[in-house]
Each structure stands twice: as C-alpha cells, then as structure tokens.
Design a protein around this ligand. Sequence first.
Ligand code: PMP
Length: 383
Amino acid sequence: MHYFDHAATTPPYPEVIQTLTDIMSLYYGNPSALHRAGEDAAKLLKKAREVCAAALSALPSEIVFTSGATEGNNMAIKGAAMHYQSRGRHLITAVTEHPSVYQAFRQLEELGWEVTWMPVAGDGTVDPAALAEHVRKDTVLVSIMHVNNETGAVQPLEDIGRRIKEKNSRVLFHVDGVQGFGKLPVSLQNWQADLYTLSAHKFKGPKGAGIMYVKQGVQLYPLIAGGSQEGGYRGGTENVAAAAAVAKAMRLSAERQAEFYERARRLRDILVHHIADMPELMLNSSEHGAPHIIHFSYPGLKPEVLVHTLEEGGFLVSTKSACSSKSSEPSRTLIEMGRNADEAASGIRISLGWEHTEAEVRELGAALKSAVAQLAPMTGRKG
Ligand code: PMP
C-alpha cells in the first residue's frame, strides 16, 4: 500500500515509538509526586520541554504540552480573547483557517466578540497590507495559519507580523503551525509570533499530543481549570511519555527540515509534471506553496469514487482534509479561493512524506491517469 496522506497524519519515527514504550514502562511516576519515581518523571518532562523549546529557539517556560492543535488553537485564541478583553473585543482571522481556529472564532462571535474575516486571493494567501488596515486600538489578536491543510498555501507571516505590530504594538499574533513544522523554515522571532500551536502526529510524533508556545509576558485565561501543571494553563497529570515523544519528533523533524523540503519539492515537481497534461485537471496548490501538498480538482468526477479507484490500485490519497472529508459540503477553502461549486466539490489532496521515492510518485501519477481515464467516460468527460 502506498500512503500519500501525510497531511492527515504521518507514521511515527521508530525512535518515537521506542520513547513512548520505554517511558510508559519504566518511568510511570507522577511528575508532581515527591518521591524518586515522581522526580524521575519530572526530570524527563523538564528535558522534553527544553528540547521542544530549542527546536523553536524559544525558552522552556514558553512551551505548554497539549493534546494537539485543536486544543492548542482553542486555548490560544479563546484564552487570549478572554484574558485581554479589557483591552478590546476585536479579533482578526482568515476565512480559510482550519476548523479548530475557524469554529473557535465563531464561538467568540456568538459570545459577543467582533471578528474580521480576511478573504484570500486565488492562490489562498491573505494580503498583509489589507489585513493590517483592519488592526485597531481595540484589536487583541490576529490568527493566521502557516500552511493551509488542504492546498498547502503558505501565508506571508513575516510581513503580516511586521505590519500588524507597526499598527498596534500590543496586538497578539497567533500562528497555527501544524502543517508547516518540519516542512518549511519556522522562525517565531521573524514572524513576531506570540502564540504558536503544533500537533505532533503531523511530523511523525504521537497522536493526541502537541505543544502551544506562549511568548514570555503573554497571558491566557486558562480554559482547563485544575492543578498548577503546565504553568496553570492545563491542569491535569502530565502525559510524560507523550511529551518526551513530542520532543523526540520535534528535534528530528527540525534537524531534517531543509532536507525534507528539497526532497518533497523534487517529488512534487515530478508528480505535477506527470499529470500536467490531464485535460480538465485544475491545480489548486501553487508552486510557491508547501511542496508536500498537491491539491487539484477534477470537475465532474466524484472525488470519493476517484479515491476508491486509486485505493484499489494500492494508493491512499484524500478528498479535502481529514477533518472535513466525511462532510458532503464543497470545500470552504476552495470556494473562498474563487473556485465554483463543482470545482470545490471535486478536490483531491495528495500529501508527501519522508518514505516516498521517485519511482513511487511516478507510479501514483500513472495510476491517477488510468483511474481518470476509467471513470471519465461515465461522466461524459474527456478523461
Ligand atoms: N490545524 C491544522 C492546519 C491542521 O491541519 C490540523 C489537523 N488536521 C489541526 C489544526 C488540528 O490538529 P489535531 O487534529 O491533531 O488536533
């Protein structure tokens, strides 16, 4: 089976699995306990926090372990909105954000916050100058993702960070970094990011684990009330094994990011070249986007049928993103990029990982062509 759905999730590094099993079997103490088993677990947690911080050139005290980016995004966005509401109740985000950001803002809107929803251009990017024009004295937070999970569009974060801070130096900048870490260079310092969220399973770490970076001096209203763990932001006994496994995956992925980028770009170019002559195929991911995500529409073809036909040939790809693939709605992201309903309802996402070879990518291209040739006559298309 050829797995081409790395934007949905990735197979963990063997070292990550080893770390999880070693720590779960040997160091099961509660890090808050005063005895030796507790101290050993607390040391591992401290070390994990240091490693995650180093991968982001951050301070260990700026790292909060979470259950992933859905939790992290909710904590960062709602936590900032609630803590800083005396400064104002205006927030800015983009229309193509992941549901864990989009819905968090929708809830805040229902609760009385004012949200400015930035549109995107045809390539899926936000215009930094237009965004900065919306920043006001009472704007508390701007949230823009690094890489779009459906199309791979890369947002101009450095430009956005600079412009919004020039307009209002107190405005906070949150970046959902899930699809970019380990794939593209990350610089929280250059982006002037105050809050940054990751899910470890997108970069070969464990599922149900991630981090939230909270810049020193920034405060959040804690959504999870309880003990004083994780700086008071997330009460509850820490998942030490997961934290250590997140740290392992972050270190390995950060070290190998430049190599991954080059590799994915070469494979992406081969695949795109291979399928470029397919009539009616519409590429939605741009060559300036993240190289590991290739997204296209084939209007008229039902994407689920294409996905199943490819699966019969041994290739696993995705319609839309994993979070919305079970809904029959056309993709919100593609509609916002100006695609029509037919184009937005016929999207296919191929996402690359470390495991792929040139030969495998060529085989996928050939399988795609033959699947479309087989299915297109049924719809009256040229194939
Ligand atoms: N943000 C983005 C951009 C994502 O792609 C995802 C995962 N699909 C998330 C947030 C949420 O991550 P998780 O499902 O691991 O909580």
